[in-house]
Design a protein around this ligand. Structure first.
Ligand code: MG
Length: 271
């Protein structure tokens, strides 16, 4: 991985911006800082402005692990061209068999995990309207995203112990889910070939977009970086030794600078 703010990084950005790329952006940890309370992961005012301005030049897609309705709430009036949730699964026709099957699997896992509805007064850090609930593991919460599940252990005192407990609980599920880790989360997916990488490729093909720039920060974003696609410029928020991304930003705060540079570049080539 090379720093994005380098000669090579900026040269790559210029090369992409020449061809009006699709901007695909992860949400949590990329456009926003990670929040202990997921309701508080709102877009900062400067990011809202930058995303709005970007859309004057290029199509913008949000490619997130969140449930799509939740994402729409969080975006709070910031329009984007495409919104893809559940790590690539959640878009297009909701009646398609892949989604129906995913929902059935998720319902089965919720039952097996014995997820209890959230108490009337939600514990600190959790929304009452949050879809999901509590499992019999201290401090662990399940986010029901209809087509995938996320088990959060962000607010526990001993994350290693919580992860071990979650891993053990997940190991017994039938049919076995695909499991992916992340930043104090464990994601459960149906056994599908769909991921953020395949979703981005499909979107590019459907929209006839030749090139894309993708920013992401976590394990499921690696599905895009691992494509090592010649037409996708992958930038990871936060350096990681095992990342397949070509470039990285040092921290989430650098996203506003990265979007501002992108905007300047797009303006230059649009003249
Ligand atoms: Mg993220």
């Amino acid at each position: 991985m090379q720093p994005f703010f380098s000669k090579t990084g900026i040269a790559a950005l210029r090369e992409w911006c020449r061809q009006r790329p699709l901007f695909a952006l992860d949400y949590d940890g990329t456009l926003t800082t990670l929040a202990n309370d997921p309701r508080e992961a709102l877009l900062a005012a400067n990011i809202q402005t930058l995303v709005r301005r970007l859309r004057q030049y290029v199509p913008v897609a949000i490619l997130s692990g969140r449930h799509r309705p939740e994402l729409a709430t969080l975006l709070d009036g910031v329009d984007v061209d495409f919104m893809i949730g559940n790590h690539g699964l959640d878009w297009g026709d909701p009646t398609r068999p892949e989604l129906q099957r995913a929902q059935n699997l998720v319902n089965g896992w919720l039952e097996q995990l014995q997820v209890a509805p959230l108490p009337t007064v939600a514990p600190a850090g959790w929304s009452r309207r949050w879809s999901g609930g509590q499992v019999d593991l201290p401090g662990v919460w399940v986010e029901d995203k209809q087509y995938t599940l996320t088990l959060h252990y962000r607010n526990v005192a001993d994350p290693d112990q919580a992860l071990a407990a979650v891993t053990a609980a997940v190991a017994g599920l039938q049919p076995a889910p695909q499991v992916s880790g992340g930043k104090r989360v464990v994601n459960l997916f149906p056994d599908t070939e769909t991921n953020k990488g395949s979703a981005l490729l499909r979107l590019m093909a459907e929209q006839g977009v030749g090139r894309a720039i993708f920013f992401g920060d976590d394990d499921t974003d690696e599905a895009v970086f691992r494509l090592e696609h010649p037409d996708i410029l992958g930038i990871r928020v936060g350096w990681h030794p095992d990342s397949a991304a070509r470039f990285y930003l040092r921290r989430q705060r650098d996203m506003s600078k990265a979007l501002a540079y992108s905007l300047a570049c797009l303006r230059r080539f649009s003249r």
